[in-house]
Design a protein around this ligand. Structure first.
Ligand code: ATP
Length: 354
């Protein structure tokens, strides 16, 4: 188990001409952590990863690996391995030669290389495919080959850029669990870029949420899910994502479309405009509450999603199979006070709950 591999970014700014891709980001990643960079397209995740790899320079700030300033170090001097979305395998080389490549570049003796290749290939389950070429492998096998090439030289840091995005949905789910197991067994610090929140939530020890070149929240998957730092993060995390609607706080209640309901934190916040956030699984059909109309029912087999309108706004709620209303039915929605997320209407920042 490697105990080294801490990563620190200090106020890193990256500009492309007049466009600022990273607006001063800071991060602290612990040795052995599986750390996801999550955010929508264009938010700066890949740029951050490339800066860690040394493939991209910075305009301001510092990059430290194991407390050593590597801001200006070349990629080859950093002891990091990167796996790209495209795998970037050499098509004319066999699987064994592809995996061996990084060791060959380092001048490792042939006998040592052979053992290391066998070991790395076995770890990712492609030990029988060593004599094939990449063109003779499935997408999942190519992805494993790229992973084997990354782990073969036991770097102190793995950088993975959407490594599962070329796989079909089922294989993605299987492979991400394997990736998690592999990372645990190797103990190597891993930074993992994805725009898929479910993937980040399931593989990562901690997540940094990127929006428009800034990190807006860092936390465990649970923390980010249970206490999103602002309304944008709240709307990005969860399947289906959190419902957000304009509301008012008054008299210790949250008021929406004529209904007043108790909400955690509402007492201490006085009278003000807020954005109320409710997860689809936290909404209930009740005898009284927020008036809504059931528009569509989506039966997912193990659960049911109802799309309802409150005023002119669509919301999604997850329902029990046994309590499904009719399409077109008028209902009332309710929720437990602790399930209400309150955000400042203007800034979108999370408001304190009790
Ligand atoms: N060489 C470049 N010149 C100009 N702009 C660039 C360059 N490289 C990246 N950008 C811009 O920087 C921003 C961040 O890009 P980056 O690739 O880091 O985003 P991302 O979060 O990884 O997105 P995706 O999920 O789509 O890969 C984007 O708006 C992108 O267009």
């Amino acid at each position: 188990m490697s105990q080294s591999g801490s990563v620190k970014l200090e106020n890193v700014v990256k500009r492309h001409g007049s466009f600022t891709a990273l607006q001063g980001i800071s991060l602290d990643i612990r040795p052995g952590e599986f750390f996801a960079l999550l955010g929508p397209s264009g938010s700066g995740k890949t740029t951050t990863l490339r800066i860690l790899a040394g493939l991209e320079s910075v305009n301001e700030g510092r990059v430290l690996l194991d407390d050593v300033d590597v801001t200006h170090a070349q990629p080859g001097e950093r002891d990091v391995a990167m796996v790209f979305q495209s795998y970037a395998l050499y098509p004319h080389m066999t699987v064994a030669e592809n995996i061996a490549f990084p060791l060959k570049m380092m001048g490792t003796p042939a006998a040592t290389i052979e053992d290391a290749v066998q070991e790395a290939a076995a770890k990712v389950g492609i030990g029988r495919l060593l004599s094939r070429r990449p063109g003779q492998l499935s997408g999942g096998q190519q992805q494993r080959c790229a992973l084997a090439r990354a782990i073969v030289r036991k770097p102190r840091l793995f950088l993975l850029d959407e490594p599962l995005s070329n796989l079909d949905a089922k294989l993605r789910v299987d492979t991400r669990a394997e990736l998690r197991r592999l990372q645990r067994s190797l103990g190597v610090t891993t930074v993992y870029v994805t725009h898929d929140q479910e993937e980040a939530m399931t593989v990562a020890d901690r997540i940094a949420v990127f929006m428009e070149g800034r990190i807006v929240q860092v936390g465990t998957p649970k923390e980010v899910f249970l206490r999103p730092a602002n309304a944008v993060v709240a709307a990005f995390i969860g399947t289906p994502p959190m419902n957000l609607m304009p509301a008012k706080l008054a008299g210790g209640q949250v008021r929406v479309h004529g209904a007043g309901l108790p909400a955690g934190g509402a007492h201490g916040l006085g009278e003000r405009d807020v954005t109320l956030g409710l997860r689809p699984g936290d909404l209930r059909i009740a005898d009284q509450g927020i008036p809504a109309r059931v528009e569509f029912i989506e039966d997912l087999g193990d659960s049911v999603i109802a799309i309802v309108t409150v005023g002119d706004q669509h919301m999604k709620m997850r329902l029990d199979q046994h309590a499904v209303p009719q399409e077109g039915q008028q209902v009332f929605l309710s929720f437990a006070p602790a399930a209400a997320h309150l955000f400042d209407r203007q800034t979108g920042e999370r408001l304190p709950s009790d």
